[in-house]
Ligand binder design. Structure first.
Ligand code: HEC
Ligand code: HEC
Length: 241
């Protein structure tokens, strides 16, 4: 535990130096309140004359070229084990890209692929991509899925997952609607197969987040509980369709 705390402090110090250089909302301070993500309009601000001489990098275009093949054009992943990014928050995304770049997120069979991509990114790239991801509409998660259609929800497992989420107060950090905010990720509508890996990783300690919050939140849960939780989280938006 003591070792873990030291790693966390180190990560935060370095991460904050990346975020501190961010334009707009992030320059105000390191810990934006949940739900206080940057408004879309702000990102469309006209560049200053000084910036006009530099080529402006359009990270939404870069997302389309470098990320969409795996994560989906609008951020809804159709690929097994690849997370959807639609509606994810910029602060959460920059933190994860930072962890990948540092090789500190490696609990998934394809973590190495994400790390390899992130290794080539400058701090400006981390910021640009995370803002582009934050512009992907959460509504993409509820769009009619492409083939193959996802398997039907199991009502009993869904209900068990819902009760576990209530009992373990997942919504106290992730929001009652599971939409997350700030550095806490959106969960509702995420892919079930990805969530299964992530929850096991947090519980066994192979996924070390930037905070031990999740490792602690899942202690005491059984393997089948985690699968029911994943079923519930993945199914929440489908239920409301
Ligand atoms: C080859 C497929 C592939 C490409 C291309 C790819 N990713 Fe990923 N990405 C993944 C996989 C698989 C994961 C899950 C890895 C893990 O959990 O360790 C992931 C995870 C992520 C996450 C963490 C999501 C979460 O919910 O925690 C972010 C953010 C991300 N990718 C952003 C990007 C960006 C930005 C690009 C383009 C520069 C990109 N990815 C390109 C496959 C890809
Ligand atoms: C004390 C606050 C807190 C509580 C309670 C909490 N979480 Fe989290 N959760 C977080 C934070 C912060 C992260 C980001 C961790 C990181 O990557 O460093 C996270 C990440 C996650 C992720 C990863 C999402 C992704 O896209 O990779 C999942 C899944 C998750 N939480 C599920 C749950 C579930 C299920 C519960 C209830 C059993 C729960 N959380 C309770 C704070 C919390």
């Amino acid at each position: 535990m003591r070792l873990w705390c030291r790693a966390t402090l180190w990560q935060w110090t370095t991460l904050l130096s990346v975020i501190a250089m961010a334009p707009g909302a992030w320059a105000q301070g390191p810990a934006p309140k949940p739900q206080a993500s940057k408004p879309v309009a702000a990102s469309k601000a006209t560049p200053s004359p000084a910036a006009a001489s530099k080529p402006v990098i359009d990270y939404s275009e870069r997302y389309a070229a470098n990320c969409a093949a795996c994560h989906g054009n609008e951020g809804r992943s159709e690929l097994p084990l690849v997370p959807s990014l639609a509606g994810q928050h910029s602060f959460y995304v920059i933190t994860q890209l930072f962890l990948f770049r540092d090789g500190r997120r490696n609990d998934h069979p394809a973590s190495a692929a994400m790390s390899a991509l992130a290794k080539g990114m400058s701090d400006g790239d981390l910021r640009g991509y995370s803002e582009a991801v934050a512009r992907l509409p959460a509504a993409a998660l509820t769009a009619t899925p492409a083939e193959p259609a996802p398997p039907p929800l199991d009502a009993a497992r869904f209900e068990r997952g819902r009760q576990l989420a209530t009992a373990h107060r997942c919504g106290s950090c992730h929001g009652a609607d599971l939409a997350g905010g700030g550095q806490v990720p959106r969960l509702g509508g995420q892919r079930e197969d990805y969530l299964q890996i992530v929850l096991k990783g947090f519980q066994s300690g192979t996924r070390l987040g930037y905070t031990p919050a999740m490792n602690e939140a899942l202690s005491g849960l059984k393997a089948e509980d985690l699968d029911d939780l994943a079923h519930y989280l993945a199914g929440t938006l489908r239920e409301s369709r």
